[in-house]
Design a protein around this ligand. Structure first.
Ligand SMILES: Nc1ncnc2c1ncn2[C@@H]1O[C@H](COP(=O)(O)OP(=O)(O)OP(=O)(O)O)[C@@H](O)[C@H]1O
Length: 503
């Protein structure tokens, strides 16, 4: 906000907190040109102010943005059907503000958990245009709006899978889409500058990494007697997550098990199971980042074999009854099924389910997120690449401060009672000893066609950034998509905290 403009009138304690902090600017952690908050505080809700130099026209935003940021600056404040500002409306989404004329005669959209399924008209339009361009134009909409797969904000992979399952006949009409799907589902981890043989991790190498000679028996390794107060707390497209208190002395932390089926031939949750090589980057990344404040703390990785233990199946059913699961029933796994189990420290609830007590708390949570990313990037050229609020966990803490070590400099941030943890490195990238581990996102064409939230615009914007000519070396790869994500992230984040009146 331009202070000379007399706009201080709109400033509140939250904006003041966003003044660049000299220490972090000097370290290049906070860029000087990071956009400040748009004052999405409670004070702005009943106002219709604008920010100097950033009128909707002068903002120069792409017409494909489904959640234009400038909406909350003008009279359309909080009136965008796709905006996270109206997050609660998204579950039963009806886009009343930006309907395509072509939709007028369309049958109503089918709603399935977590997914806003496009109408037949939208899909036809999608198929028609997707062969020509990766921006799907809506015939009657002058603004070239993306109408591909409309996904719920946050975890998108399951929604995408459900879309594939439910719309399979329509997708079959488009050969190009069909072939993209098969490529996409057979996603491969790629080592940027590794040798070919490094692409393949043998079972034996994997077991060795887990300190095992062979897979353990699932039922015995995770018998219910070793675990107290076990319950399912979450799920992803790749696995189930259970929380428990270890039944052993001296173990202070609750742990979570992330159980991921691998190497099997049956599809699970609409995805082909990963093989050892494909899961390898996630394991390496999790282990490497584990010692950095703000990343998930891992206790151990193991490989187990066998049917899903009955006590986990019961907990899975309970979760399904209470909350509804989008995943396949784990009873489908046979005796020979292999699973990789990640044992992580319990790190709290994801941000979409947390209500901050005040603006300070949310601001310091943001500081923690930024510093975590900064340290990860500095130490390992880490990029998360899917950092939506479902992948940020928040836990209360009695510690007054959270300490980070950035480039041998200690940085201390107030906790304000919250501790953040960044999770889910499925799409992340890391460089260790000159070897870069990542999943190739470029095959996930539908992800770049998705709309429904500003989150999906970010994916497109990042892809465009990466398409810009550059030298194929690591230094360059590192430069792209680094701190440049922050302004948008910051804007989204401040939007999010503003909308839910969390302060
Ligand atoms: N360390 C943890 N502490 C607390 N909850 C966790 C932890 N790790 C995972 N979870 C919970 O489990 C859910 C799924 O975990 P995660 O995102 O790692 O799975 P995934 O299969 O990789 O997801 P995706 O579908 O995005 O690929 C999270 O959203 C979160 O609610």
């Amino acid at each position: 906000m331009d202070k000379s403009s007399g706009d201080e009138i709109w400033e509140d304690s939250f904006d003041k907190l966003l003044d660049p902090r000299p220490q972090q600017s000097n370290l290049n952690i906070i860029k000087k040109n990071v956009r400040l908050s748009y004052n999405i505080d409670t004070s702005v809700e009943n106002s219709s102010h604008s920010i100097k130099g950033c009128s909707p026209k002068s903002c120069n935003r792409s017409v494909s943005i489904s959640t234009p940021n400038y909406n909350h600056l003008g009279k359309d404040l909080f009136n965008c059907g796709l905006s996270p500002i109206n997050r609660l409306q998204l579950d039963g989404f009806e886009d009343t503000t930006e309907k395509c004329n072509a939709d007028k005669d369309a049958e109503p959209n089918t709603k399935k958990r977590g997914l806003i399924v496009p109408s037949k008209n939208q899909i036809d339009t999608f198929s028609k245009f997707s062969n020509q361009t990766n921006k799907v134009a809506c015939a009657s909409n002058q603004s070239n709006k993306i109408v591909g797969v409309v996904l719920k904000p946050g975890k998108w992979r399951k929604s995408l899978n459900i879309f594939r399952q439910t719309q399979i006949s329509v997708l079959n009409e488009s050969k190009k889409l069909e072939s993209r799907n098969s490529v996409c589902q057979d996603r491969k981890s790629i080592f940027l500058n590794g040798l070919n043989k490094q692409n393949v991790i043998s079972q034996q190498d994997f077991y060795k990494y887990c300190n095992q000679g062979k897979p353990l028996k699932f039922n015995a390794a995770y018998s219910q007697y070793k675990m107290l107060k076990t319950h399912k707390i979450g799920e992803g497209a790749y696995g189930e997550v259970f929380r428990y208190t270890p039944n052993r002395k001296g173990c202070k932390n609750d742990l979570v098990l992330k159980i991921i089926p691998i190497e099997g031939s049956i599809e699970v949750n609409g995805e082909k199971q990963k093989n050892f090589s494909q899961i390898w980057p996630e394991i390496i990344i999790t282990k490497k980042l584990s010692s950095i404040q703000g990343f998930a703390n891992i206790e151990k990785v193991s490989t187990v074999k066998g049917k899903y233990p009955q006590h986990f199946v019961k907990l899975w059913k309970r979760y399904d009854d209470e909350k509804g699961s989008e995943n396949d029933h784990p009873g489908l796994f046979g005796e020979n099924q292999l699973f990789v189990v990640l044992e992580l420290h319990f790190a709290g609830s994801d941000m979409s389910n947390v209500i901050f007590l005040n603006s300070e708390q949310s601001f310091y949570a943001l500081q923690q997120i930024i510093l975590t990313l900064a340290v990860g990037e500095e130490d390992y050229q880490f990029e998360h690449r899917d950092l939506h609020w479902g992948n940020i966990l928040i836990k209360s803490t009695t510690k007054k401060h959270i300490c980070f070590k950035f480039n041998n400099t200690d940085l201390i941030v107030d906790s304000k009672g919250v501790n953040i943890t960044i999770i889910d490195y499925t799409l992340s990238r890391i460089t260790i000893d000159e070897c870069c581990y990542f999943n190739d996102l470029s095959n996930d064409e539908e992800l770049f066609q998705a709309s429904g939230d500003y989150q999906f615009d970010i994916y497109r914007m990042m892809r465009n950034e990466l398409k810009k000519p550059r030298l194929p070396n690591l230094e360059n790869a590192r430069f792209h998509g680094s701190y440049s994500e922050w302004p948008d992230f910051l804007a989204t984040f401040t939007t999010i905290i503003g909308i839910d009146k969390r302060h």
